[in-house]
Design a protein around this ligand. Structure first.
Ligand code: ADP
Ligand code: ZN
Ligand code: ZN
Length: 825
């Protein structure tokens, strides 16, 4: 079994693995999936063992690996397989894929432990007459282990005078296991209460009279506690007090009477302080939710892979369906992943999951990129060690090392944040489907505005379609109105980003003491700086894009590369004084709102004001808690939040996203408008949405006004079919880029020579042309667009291109391949 060589995937832009020799002493420990440290050129790198092999390739100089990072292979066999699929499909170096899948290598304080297995404990009880007696050393170790309750530190084996070889033999014989366990976390605990009594009070010994009076006083409260615990299972004390509306003394009394039991339970490290007072809503499912859940259940019962699309209008209660689906998955002894499109939602859904499952099952882990490296590694290993059975996270949480996966939920599956815009350029939703298939699990995609691709599959029967057509409790959808900015201008001759209609709407909101959301999809003060004399605009020095003016910071910023310039007093080209700022951004809008509504409490939420998780939460918390009247911001506002007192949503400019040179522009606009309209009228109060636009005729806007997804789908698919765009064809975007313009041109010509014989044979190849972003971060960019109804053909031709690049010695880093691109910029 212990082979002398292994092939290691390294995080370098090369599409091969590398063979290393395994030192004799480590051979027992190296398995596929292990992270190892190896010498590479003059550096040490961490790589992943892909396979162990008996021979090294001939003639090559083989070096030895230097270290095995952990005894438990970081990647399970399934995840190894998934990584290899990603590398193949997205044409990414496999070592870089694995690096993206794994937590950062950090110095976690771990202790290596020896753990007694079941057969080990049987063996320890054998005597010398057994068929395969243990030698005295081994016997000593096993009895020590038994004495210590089955676990001891690895280091104490050495104190017993045992060398590694003895341990390895025991390990191979399956008598012990070696594992890494995390140190250094103070285990905080909380008291958890569960219902114990069989429904009868154990009031024995007390007088009849006593019992009677107590029953009157307490019956109701006891009933409430019982109902709460039966509906939700064991609950932390603090939470139980809130849910059941009883005082601590009632619980103490019930404990004394033996109706309840309690124990101390470790608090999850992922828990956040907002958890304490949180009580998740537990609604009776309505008929639509119930039948959706039934279909999910039917899928579980089949025990096969399948994709389900939960298409539910905003406010239809999708979260409730997710929670029940996870609950049933856990009840079947399986595990679940919930992917959400942004960090803020991991907090929200994570909190719900902990409230639903945290106390009853081992735990919930939260994974996202805003965790510190150590936190992330720690959460990841908790999952790997089986200490958490539900994972909530953003894109990369799809790689959570859960075993026995039963369900993957992808909330807001259409969100572009699921697509990674750097190598490996994978789509989290698509990987979720592939992983579900590999693990024979169910994938549940949820959205009010599914991507065209997904809905297409649901229509064609490839996915199962579950529909929630109305809001919970028959609440009305918000009424959506268009504000035609041409008319508004004709009437007022003013160029405020806030039309007269929107102004009045906000005023009414303030008078009624309800809340308003105002959306604008650009941040900064003005997004263009132009000279009125010569017409020059201020462009970034590194990118072909205009600089954005940030007034408070008093500078121009490039939103693509982050470069900064001072605000020009005169035109950099012709020195005229007539520098003109135009195109409102969120900063400008906030200023304007403050001017027009001086008494109102206003805050702004965009990437400039919400730089940290904390700022973000504070602003959202203040708004949700009623400490603000108006919240203005970018699309951050549009997603998922469930504000109860919002009666007005204003969209300042619906057009800016429509005019982008991208075949998905209409789809994105429709989605954004529908999502943001869904933020209004979620509570008892009716909602109103005002969409300001210069193109009220556009179908993306018209259909969003009616919140009619199927109508939009029909029109948009016609366009896609005619133009041969997804879902009717597969796309790949290939960008050749270099800081040296001549090289970029030369290489695109060469690549064009490779591509041209393939053009017209089952695929179309457009380009090379200057990319829409012709220059980005100092690099000149040329673009090829490959289209084919047959994805396998695309993959074949692109695979060939990779080999061709190598032969022509064009560096891998100069050619960016984006399979199923979301953006063609
Ligand atoms: P969606 O994600 O579909 O927009 P949510 O899951 O956020 O909707 O649910 C919207 C609101 O409806 C939430 O406040 C939720 O607690 C509530 N809700 C969910 N299901 C029900 C139900 N069956 N009855 C009453 N209210 C419900
Ligand atoms: Zn000028
Ligand atoms: Zn730039």
């Amino acid at each position: 079994m212990s082979l002398p060589f292994c092939n290691v995937a390294l995080p370098v832009p090369l599409r091969t693995t590398f063979t290393y020799a395994i030192p004799e002493t480590l051979r027992d420990f190296v398995q596929p999936g292990n992270r190892v440290v190896v010498p590479f050129r003059r550096k040490s790198l961490v790589g992943v063992v892909v396979e162990c092999v008996p021979h090294a390739p001939e003639g090559a100089k083989i070096r030895e690996l230097t270290k095995v990072l952990e005894f438990v292979p970081a990647l399970t066999p399934k995840l190894l397989e998934l990584g290899q699929w990603i590398a193949g499909y997205y044409l990414a170096p496999v070592g870089e894929v694995f690096r993206a899948m794994l937590p950062p290598v950090t110095e976690l304080r771990t202790e290596r432990q020896i753990v007694l297995t079941d057969s080990g404990s049987t063996a320890a009880q054998q005597d010398a007459n057994a068929t395969r007696p243990l030698n005295p050393q081994q016997h000593a170790l096993l009895s020590q282990l038994t004495e210590k309750g089955g676990v001891m530190p690895f280091a104490s084996a050495a104190k017993l005078g045992l060398d590694d070889a003895v341990l390895h033999r025991l390990r191979r014989a399956g008598l012990i296991e070696i594992r890494e366990s995390m140190l250094g976390r103070k285990a905080k605990t909380q008291r958890v209460i569960a219902w114990k009594g069989g429904g009868e009070e154990s009031g024995g010994g007390k007088s009849e009279k006593d019992r009677e009076s107590r029953a009157r006083a307490l019956d109701e409260k006891i009933g409430g506690v019982k109902a709460a615990l039966e509906a939700r299972g064991p609950l932390p004390l603090a939470q139980l007090l809130r849910v059941a509306h009883v005082s601590r003394s009632v619980i103490e009394r019930m404990l004394r009477d033996g109706l309840l039991e309690s124990w101390e339970e470790r608090i999850d490290p992922a828990e956040d302080p907002f958890d304490a007072g949180y009580v998740p809503p537990a609604h009776e499912l309505n008929a639509e939710q119930e039948s959706a859940l039934k279909l999910v259940r039917a899928r579980f019962e089949l025990g096969e892979f399948g994709v389900l699309l939960l298409h539910g209008v905003t406010g239809s209660g999708k979260t409730e369906v997710y929670m029940r689906a996870v609950q049933e998955t856990l009840a079947r002894g399986k595990t679940a992943i919930i992917l959400v499109p942004e960090i803020a939602l991991t907090l929200w859904i994570g909190r719900q999951c902990r409230a639903w499952f945290g106390a009853r099952f081992e735990g919930v882990a939260v994974l996202h990129s805003a965790l510190s490296d150590v936190e992330r590694a720690r959460e990841w290993w908790r999952v790997r060690n089986g200490d958490a059975r539900v994972v909530v996270g953003t894109r990369s949480a799809i790689f959570a090392p859960l075993q026995n996966l039963g369900l993957i939920i992808v909330d807001e599956e259409q969100e572009s944040s699921y697509k990674q815009e750097e190598t490996p350029r994978y789509h989290g939703r698509d990987v979720a489907i592939v992983r579900a298939k590999m693990e024979n699990a169910a994938a549940l995609l949820g959205s009010a505005t599914p991507s065209l691709e997904t809905y297409h599959h649901a229509r064609s029967g490839k996915y199962e379609l579950l529909t929630l057509a109305s809001r919970v409790e028959q609440r009305a959808m918000a009424s959506v109105e268009i504000v035609d900015l041409r008319e508004d201008f004709a009437k007022t001759l003013q160029t405020s980003p806030i039309s007269a209609t929107l102004h009045t709407g906000i005023q009414e909101c303030l008078a009624q003491k309800t809340q308003a959301l105002v959306l604008i999809n650009r941040r900064g003060y003005s997004w263009s700086v132009l000279c009125r004399s010569c017409g020059a605009s201020v462009q970034c020095a590194n990118c072909s894009i205009s600089m954005t003016h940030h007034k408070q910071r008093n500078r121009l910023e490039c939103h693509y590369c982050g470069s900064i310039q001072s605000v020009p007093k005169q035109c950099p080209k012709c020195q005229s004084q007539y520098v003109y700022f135009f195109g409102e951004g969120s900063e400008h809008l906030e200023e304007r709102l403050r001017k027009e509504f001086p008494g109102a409490r206003i805050a702004r939420l965009d990437r400039d004001t919400a730089r940290t998780k904390r700022q973000y939460q504070e602003t959202l918390g203040a708004f949700a808690g009623g400490a603000l009247d108006i919240l203005v911001g970018t699309q951050m506002l549009a997603k998922g939040h469930d504000f109860q007192r919002v009666t007005l949503v204003g969209v300042v400019s619906a057009d800016s996203s429509l005019s982008l040179p991208d075949f998905r522009a209409a789809e994105r606009t429709f989605q954004l408008l529908t999502q943001v309209a869904g933020r209004a009228g979620r509570g008892q109060l009716p909602g109103r949405v005002l969409i300001q636009t210069f193109y009220p005729e556009h179908y993306a806007i018209q259909d969003a006004v009616r919140q009619d997804y199927p109508a939009f789908y029909e029109r948009e698919t016609q366009f896609r079919r005619v133009m041969a765009y997804p879902p009717f064809t597969s796309l790949a975007n290939v960008i050749v880029r270099h800081t040296d313009l001549e090289k970029a041109i030369r290489w695109s010509r060469q690549l064009s020579q490779y591509f041209s014989p393939h053009d017209g044979k089952g695929l179309r190849i457009l380009g090379p042309a200057a990319a829409p972003l012709a220059k980005l971060k100092k690099e000149h960019r040329f673009q090829f667009l490959l289209k084919s109804p047959k994805r396998s053909l695309l993959a074949k031709v692109l695979g060939g291109a990779m080999t061709y690049l190598e032969r022509k010695e064009i560096p891998e880093t100069a050619v960016l391949v984006d399979m199923d691109p979301l953006s063609l910029m």
